[in-house]
Design a protein around this ligand. Structure first.
Ligand code: ZN
Length: 282
């Protein structure tokens, strides 16, 4: 899965630092990978990472339809590279804390699960969640490369062993060792390898069949000016009058996509008028 463009959009929208771009980008790729394994257009996955590092929480909402949105609490936090010369995502997120995953099929109760963080590097933590919580032998790698000109490569691979093969320890070990030997996902993308080639290199000799399945992925948020007006209206007349008197309007920023919505005095007055009409009729 290649998520370069949507990760760059998130970076620009939220004004993310290098390390924040990597943390959110890895989490968005993980969310999309988990959602895509759910095989239902309406299915969504929410991932919340709450570590003890300076970045604060990371929140991602991803859908099987290829849409994703997300944010981090402290987008401007920057850290020096770690001992391997990479962006210190584990240090920013924190190595202690929790990973919360909610899978919503679009009907019935959502399935939620919590595991402790392993390293705060996101990829390890999601893999641990899959093994611990879903008991599926899985290997996941996610990566983001961000340079001075923005995000130049981002994406990930999720390999899950089907129940029938899960007892084949030799196969599971072989997969793990091959994934472990990869220097990372983004260097392969940067070297110009296609997803097809990456899978072929990893699993080609296992008689792997690759179905060409392509899906457009987007950064997308369902917020709108109408929803903001709806939320303002719930505050009630007194609060709205106060906003008109003190601020000559109202401004709201969406957490998920950083879109700024401004309501002017006249629009607030219309909300007050609506509230009065509704009151008169109730
Ligand atoms: Zn939004």
């Amino acid at each position: 899965m290649i998520t370069t463009r949507l990760t760059e959009e998130a970076r620009q929208r939220h004004g993310l630092s290098y390390v924040a771009t990597a943390a959110l980008g890895r989490t968005m790729a993980s969310g999309l990978l988990l959602a895509s394994s759910m095989k239902r257009e309406e299915a969504r996955v929410n991932i919340r990472v709450k570590g003890n590092g300076p970045l604060g929480g990371v929140m991602v909402d991803a859908g099987a339809n290829g849409t994703v949105r997300g944010y981090v609490d402290n987008p401007e936090i920057e850290l020096p590279p770690n001992e391997r010369g990479k962006l210190d995502v584990g240090g920013a997120v924190g190595r202690e804390g929790y990973l919360y995953v909610v899978r919503d099929m679009g009907y019935g109760y959502p399935y939620s699960s919590t595991v402790q963080l392993v390293s705060g590097e996101i990829g390890d933590d999601i893999t641990h969640y899959l093994v611990r919580s879903e008991q599926t032998p899985s290997a996941l790698i996610v990566g983001v490369f961000v340079g001075a000109e923005g995000v130049t490569a981002a994406g990930g691979v999720l390999i899950q062993v089907l129940p029938k093969a899960a007892n084949d320890e030799a196969l599971v070990e072989k997969l793990e060792s091959r994934l472990g030997a990869l220097a990372g996902f983004t260097p392969l993308l940067q070297a110009g390898k296609s997803l097809h080639q990456i899978f072929e290199d990893l699993l080609g000799d296992e008689g792997l069949q690759i179905f060409p399945e392509t899906q457009m992925l987007h950064f997308h948020c369902g917020c709108s000016f109408d929803r903001v007006l709806g939320a303002l209206k719930i505050l009630g007349e007194t609060e709205l009058q106060d906003m008109i008197a003190k601020d000559e309007g109202a401004e709201a920023t969406c957490h998920f996509c950083a879109e700024v919505y401004k309501a002017n005095e006249q629009q607030l007055q219309e909300l007050i008028d609506e509230l009065r009409v509704e009151k008169a009729h109730s």
